[in-house]
Design a binder for this molecule. Structure first.
Ligand code: ADP
Length: 259
């Protein structure tokens, strides 16, 4: 091999496997999918070649979050070609493997195969792949850590005690699997009243930061409970594409994750 061939082989090898960054939560409804989409958008805005895999078999929501509901990826040479979503994010979703509206009730091995199809797709120049995991610690998470070996995991929680206990379970799952925890994000912390601007804390505040400190994990930042996030998300326009304080909050988290 001369030097140039070696470089070429290295480049090809590099291109075939982006680094996987898992986004996980102890339970559903804490904003894991919303964070995944906006983290991908914020990282892309910072110039990184990022893609997204929606591995949430119970509630795949990335096609909606990225404004591509009903999209169907095509296959080329037996591998799937990602669909380009909002913010130019290439992505693939478990939801695209099922018929629209059809509940996905795969058993372990089938779910694992589906995950492999999404991860081993034609990711091209994508270097970092955000993986939106289902909530909890089930079959998908197991095949994720055993087979696909993410370089790290981001844990998201709301500030409530119960959610934090669930988050601690997810943290210990990744610990046991020897996947480094990149850090903890607190979501829905502080509600900004759209009428008077007053800040209240329906789910408490600071719980995730305190928990991260206690567990010696980096705290990546907090996202307030803001109705604008839900509206933009429902419209398929990730709020990280904007230029207000919410986009800034996602950008700050993305900078820490990319660090
Ligand atoms: P998960 O993936 O953990 O189940 P989602 O990301 O689907 O949670 O979020 C659940 C719901 O909460 C969605 O309707 C979403 O738009 C909304 N949501 C998430 N984060 C926020 C936030 N910071 N402020 C307001 N609504 C949010």
């Amino acid at each position: 091999l001369d030097g140039i061939d070696a470089v070429r082989i290295l480049q090809t090898a590099q291109r075939s496997a982006p680094d996987l960054i898992a986004v996980a939560s102890g339970k559903g409804g804490v904003g894991k999918s919303t964070l995944s989409a906006n983290l991908a958008v914020a990282m892309a805005r910072a110039g990184r070649a990022v893609g997204l895999v929606d591995a949430d078999i119970y509630g795949p929501s990335q096609p909606r979050l990225l404004g591509m509901e009903g999209s169907k990826p095509v296959a080329e040479e037996k591998k799937m070609l990602p669909v380009i979503g909002a913010g130019g994010i290439p992505f693939l979703s478990m939801g695209q493997l099922a018929k629209p509206g059809q509940a996905i009730a795969w058993r372990g091995p089938m779910a694992g195969n589906a995950l492999t199809q999404l991860v081993d797709a034609h990711w091209g120049s994508v270097r970092e792949l955000i993986v939106d995991l289902p909530p909890g610690t089930g079959d998908i998470q197991l095949s994720m850590v055993q087979k696909h070996k993410p370089i790290g995991a981001v844990i998201i929680s709301t500030p409530q005690d119960l959610a934090l206990i669930d988050a601690a379970r997810a943290i210990s799952f990744f610990d046991q699997a020897k996947v480094p925890i990149i850090g903890v994000v607190e979501n829905m912390s502080g509600y900004i009243c759209p009428n008077c601007g007053d800040v209240s804390n329906p789910f408490g505040a600071g719980g995730a930061e305190a928990a991260a400190k206690e567990l010696n994990l980096p705290f990546l930042g907090r996202i307030p409970l803001d109705i604008a996030i839900r509206h933009a998300s429902d419209d398929g326009v990730p709020p990280a594409l904007g230029d207000g304080p919410i986009a800034k909050a996602y950008a700050d988290i993305a900078a820490k994750v990319a660090d």
